[in-house]
Each structure stands twice: as C-alpha cells, then as structure tokens.
Design a protein around this ligand. Structure first.
Ligand code: ATP
Length: 286
C-alpha cells in the first residue's frame, strides 16, 4: 500500500544535543511533531487513521540562521538518504531550457525506489535553497522572459501532487523571503508545514558559541578567560553564521599575536602553544 510507505525509523541514538544546532530546540521539536510524527507510527496505523505523511516543509528566516543545518540534521535523524540539494538561482541560470528535466531528475530516484520497494522504500530528502528565486518570476514574465521560474514551480507542483503518491519524498524549501513564495506551493499536501527560523536570542548565541568552540576547548586552544556568556550578550543581532565568523576572526588574531617573527622553527614553537584569549575576541568584535 502506497499510503503507509516510507515510515522512517528515528535513530534510537538520536539526541538533540548531538546535532550541533544551537538554540533551536523548540523549533526543531515543533517541526518534528508537525511534520514527522506520522512517519514513526507503527506500521499500518497512519493508514488506518487516514493520516498522510507531510511531503514538504518550508523553513524561512534571515540568512545564516541554520536552516540548511536543520534540514540536513532532520535527514540524519530520520535515517534518510544523503539529501539532494538544489539552489533556486542555479536552476534559473544554469539550466535554462532544461529546468523541468532537472527537477524531474531530482525526484527520479525516489520514484524508482517507491515503485520497486513500496512500503520498504527509504526516505529521500530534497533541499531546495533560495526557493524564492524560482517563484519571483512565475506569471510575471520577468527573468528575460524565459519563464523558467514558471516551469520550475509547475514541475514541482506536479511532482508533489503526482498520482504516484510519493510518500518517500520530503521536500524542504528554504527562503529569506516567505512573501515571495508562490501560494500554490504552500497549500496542503505540498510545502504545508512552515517554520520561521529567526536570529538567535542570547541563549541561542551562547549555545552556538559553545558548539563552535568545543573542539578548541578539547584541544586546550581556548584560554580559560574566554567568557562565552559575555560574548553571547555582546553579539546581539548576529546570526549563527556571523558567530562562526567571529570565532574564525578571533582565531586569526590569536595567530597573529603569536607570530613574533624569526625562523620557521621559532614560529612552530610559538604556534604550538597558542591559545585564543578573550582579548582576541575583543579585537574581532571591534
Ligand atoms: P542561508 O539562508 O544563507 O542559506 P541558512 O539559514 O541556511 O542560511 P546555514 O547554512 O544553515 O544557514 O548556516 C551557516 C552556518 O552557520 C552553518 O553551517 C553553521 O555552521 C552556522 N550556524 C548557523 N546557525 C546555527 C545554529 N543555530 N547552530 C549552530 N551553527 C549554526
């Protein structure tokens, strides 16, 4: 039976803390409840209750806030295939004239497996980044009059509505501009679960700082005066990606501080003992 196909098994070893996602625990569990609960029901139950699996979700919010990270970790948690990633502008620019074919290919593996294995078919995730890029042009005749956006959206719609009832597919659309997404894509049975991923709050920033400095701490490269709680306070409006940038920048200040010139051998000694201090973060924050 097609309906109950692709029940995923959540990895029993799954723990949110292991996913390396800072501060989005509420969003993550919300997505899970709304989009995946049906996939972990005992076999046959979803069908008896007339529940259809969610086939698409939309993650929206500012750049660098962890949307791609969440999408990838969802896949790992659900034991899905390595996600296929596609990017809106790339589809428009690179595949003019063959965009429909390109979308068709994205779905082909999942279709094939569903046909061959039915209920035993594994979950296939497609991550569609910058989805707004293909929507902007729908019906507007923009984009040099190529109409590529139109055909990409139409092809996506037809795949999601497909008679084949692709229950082994999960399409994760991502955008910074939810208002630009074609309404037709957001309806029930399509990208029906919507989740905003906002800039991290102070708690989230501290978690992100902790995640991205954990290796340095383990290796003894993070000096004990580095105060992550204080840095979290002082990085208001930073995205996760910007926090990562701050840490990188602090590391290079530390390196420069340790290079005193001289021979290569001396440099080696300098660097082996280097540590990133709060002062390096101070320099990076300036
Ligand atoms: P875009 O809209 O630009 O595609 P995005 O929201 O998909 O951005 P990601 O690509 O997931 O952002 O984030 C970029 C990088 O920033 C990640 O690879 C990760 O290292 C870091 N990052 C962002 N948010 C978080 C977070 N909440 N926890 C841990 N790392 C994060």
């Amino acid at each position: 039976n097609r309906r109950a196909a692709a029940n995923s098994i959540v990895r029993p070893d799954f723990k949110f803390e292991d996913l390396g996602i800072g501060g989005l625990d509420k969003e993550f569990s919300d997505i899970f409840r709304r989009a995946f609960a049906s996939r972990i029901l005992p076999p046959g139950l979803a069908e008896k209750m007339n529940i259809q699996h969610v086939r698409g979700i939309l993650l929206y919010g500012p750049p660098g806030t962890g949307k791609t990270l969440i999408a990838r970790q969802i896949g790992k948690m659900l034991n899905a295939r390595e996600p296929k990633v596609i990017n809106g502008p790339e589809v428009l620019n690179k595949y003019v004239g063959q965009s429909e074919e390109n979308i068709r290919k994205l779905f082909a593996d999942a279709e094939k497996e569903q046909k061959e294995k039915g209920d035993e078919s594994g979950l296939h995730i497609i991550i569609f980044d910058e989805l707004d890029a293909v929507c902007k042009q729908r019906g507007s005749g923009a984009g040099g009059g190529t109409g590529v956006g139109d055909s990409v959206v139409n092809q996506l719609l037809s795949k999601l509505d497909g008679v084949e009832q692709l229950n082994n597919i999960l399409l994760i659309g991502m955008t910074n501009r939810k208002d630009m997404i074609d309404e037709a894509l957001l309806r029930s049975g399509r990208l029906e679960v919507h989740m905003e991923i906002s800039l991290p709050d102070e708690y989230g920033r501290q978690q992100i700082l902790k995640i991205h400095t954990s290796k340095m701490r383990e290796n003894g490269k993070l000096a004990s005066d580095v105060d992550l709680a204080d840095l979290a306070k002082r990085t208001r409006n930073f995205s996760g990606a910007e926090i990562q940038g701050l840490i990188k920048s602090a590391s290079s200040f530390a390196l420069q501080r340790h290079i005193k010139g001289g021979t290569v051998a001396a440099l080696k000694d300098d660097v082996v003992n280097m540590q990133i201090r709060m002062a390096d973060f101070e320099s990076a924050l300036l």
